[in-house]
Design a binder for this molecule. Structure first.
Ligand SMILES: Cc1cc2nc3c(=O)[nH]c(=O)nc-3n(C[C@H](O)[C@H](O)[C@H](O)COP(=O)(O)OP(=O)(O)OC[C@H]3O[C@@H](n4cnc5c(N)ncnc54)[C@H](O)[C@@H]3O)c2cc1C
Length: 468
């Protein structure tokens, strides 16, 4: 294992990948299964594939970034940006294909070991001969410093580029046109979309820069011109900071498009407020977040709750309250008659069992180390958990007592707990603390619910003699 500057700092006791709640032990288990480098660990367990911020921390644990050895051409484009063109060092082509909007982990080996950060690939996805990245230099930034050193001595360091990953444009299709709101270096997904051929239909790019960008702006203009997309450039030194009113005007002019937002936190907040004020539904708002790389001693960064996750969480709480109200208040006779019908009870009872069974797919995938599969199942886990109180409400005739009372209360308590999972906590330190309490409680309640439900089923079979 190569000693790195960051390896000398004590690793955080908690998670490494905050998005998938993977600890150092999980990553090491993946590596021990044969995933020898960070790229294979990512493919095996999903760490760093969600928001990309833990790429450095995974390399710190595994020692080798993996990826293809590349040669870099680094050009300064403006005061604080670099345009980097990477080609395979063996003169061939990249074998991994790239989808528009994906990012790749760039790793540079300096005197203190590997520095690795994710960057959006801005070159056309189908071009395998080279990959272009546009990087903003941050004050005191470690990758920024390493790349500036490369600009003057391109062969002085070993450079690797990982396989493209991520799903920034996962829910965008060519069916609906896309408009981009980008701040600063957040223009990179817009460039990727403009160069994406027919797979996307960008019709407007609204780009906000602090000052005039002598290279990036003409580049953006050229790409917009080629795709027939409009370009609106906002210079903060000339036009002031973007406001909800100024962005609102742009948004109002295009009522039937998907909106894609990418930029620093302040810009993002204004853009989201403007989109909400304009009444754009959440399903038509998409974003890519450039989460900062993990610090060795700090809490693991993690993606924030997505719009869909927030919506399922709200539904879970609303249905739990509805269940409470429905069992606490007397129900109309017609309802009680229907709820006593054998067919109705059979359908709702089995529906509840199916939901409970689906709930176990996610933890089973995680338990078996299939973190990538678990990632795909996570939203299903949330969605099916959210609707469980509604099915219980239909199945249950009253609050009940004994076993039925315990089953109902445990199921609804678990649903509410699920709605307030780690993604509800923004602060990294608090999120880790909350997860340590939340996870055992969620596991205990889930096992209790499943145990009581199976017991209930057994009682039905035993005393009523059949399941149908
Ligand atoms: C999926 C993804 C795609 C990305 N694509 C691009 C891209 O196309 N172009 C690009 O320039 N960057 C992109 N980034 C950000 C990039 O990965 C690095 O975070 C950035 O280049 C800074 O690295 P550094 O080593 O120079 O700074 P560091 O040494 O990591 O940090 C230096 C200082 O800058 C702050 N900082 C670092 N990154 C951020 C950030 N993203 N937001 C706010 N503060 C930050 C740190 O807190 C610290 O104070 C992307 C990030 C992700 C997760």
């Amino acid at each position: 294992m190569v000693p790195t500057m960051e390896a000398t700092a004590s690793p955080g006791a908690g998670m490494v990948c905050g998005c998938l709640a993977l600890s150092a032990a999980d990553i090491e288990r993946c590596a021990a299964r044969g995933a020898g480098d960070a790229e294979r660990v990512a493919a095996d367990c999903g760490a760093s594939t969600h928001c990309g911020a833990c790429a450095q921390a995974v390399i710190r644990l595994v020692g080798d970034p993996g990826g293809v050895r590349v040669r870099a051409t680094v050009d300064r484009v403006g005061d604080d940006a670099l345009r980097i063109v990477l080609r395979p060092a063996d003169g061939g082509e990249f074998d991994a294909s790239c989808r528009p909007g994906q990012h790749a982990v760039l790793a540079v080996r300096g005197p203190f070991g590997w520095i690795a950060r994710p960057y959006t690939v801005t070159s056309p996805a189908e071009d395998r001969s080279q990959r272009e990245l546009i990087v903003r230099i941050r004050p005191g930034g470690r990758m920024g410093a390493a790349l500036l050193a490369l600009a003057s001595a391109p062969d002085a360091a070993e450079i690797r580029l990982g396989r493209p990953q991520g799903r920034a444009f996962g829910r965008l299709t060519a069916k609906r046109p896309v408009a981009f709101l980008c701040g600063g270096v957040g223009l990179t997904p817009a460039l990727a979309a403009l160069r994406a051929g027919a797979s996307l239909r960008p019709i407007l790019v609204h780009a906000s820069f602090r000052t005039a960008e002598p290279v990036l702006e003409p580049l953006l203009r050229e790409c917009c011109g080629e795709r027939g997309a409009a370009l609106v450039v906002h210079h903060e030194d000339r036009d002031g900071l973007p406001t909800t009113a100024s962005l609102g005007e742009v948004i109002a002019s295009l009522p039937r498009v998907d909106w894609f937002v990418c930029g620093p936190d302040g810009y993002r907040d204004v853009a989201f407020a403007a989109l909400r004020q304009a009444g754009i539904p959440a399903r038509r708002i998409h974003e890519e977040r450039f989460v900062a790389a993990a610090e060795a001693a700090g809490p693991a960064p993690a993606r924030q709750r997505t719009v869909a996750e927030a919506r399922w969480a709200k539904l879970a709480v609303a249905l739990s309250v509805a269940w409470l109200v429905s069992v606490a208040l007397p129900r109309p006779d017609a309802w009680l008659t229907l709820a006593s019908e054998d067919v109705f009870r059979w359908v709702t009872g089995w529906a509840l069992f199916v939901v409970l069974a689906v709930q176990w797919l996610f933890p089973i995938a995680r338990g078996r180390g299939r973190y990538d599969r678990a990632m795909r199942l996570e939203l299903w886990h949330r969605a099916s958990g959210s609707v469980a109180p509604a099915i219980l409400l239909l199945h249950q005739r009253s609050f009940g007592h004994g076993l039925l009372l315990a089953l109902g209360v445990a199921l609804v308590a678990n649903t509410v707990l699920g709605a307030f999972d780690k993604t509800a906590v923004r602060d990294g330190v608090r999120r880790e603390r909350w997860l340590r309490l939340w996870l055992p409680a969620h596991v205990v309640l889930s096992c209790t619910v499943t145990g009581l439900a199976l017991w209930h089923l057994w009682m039905v079979v035993r005393y009523q003699g059949a399941l149908v």
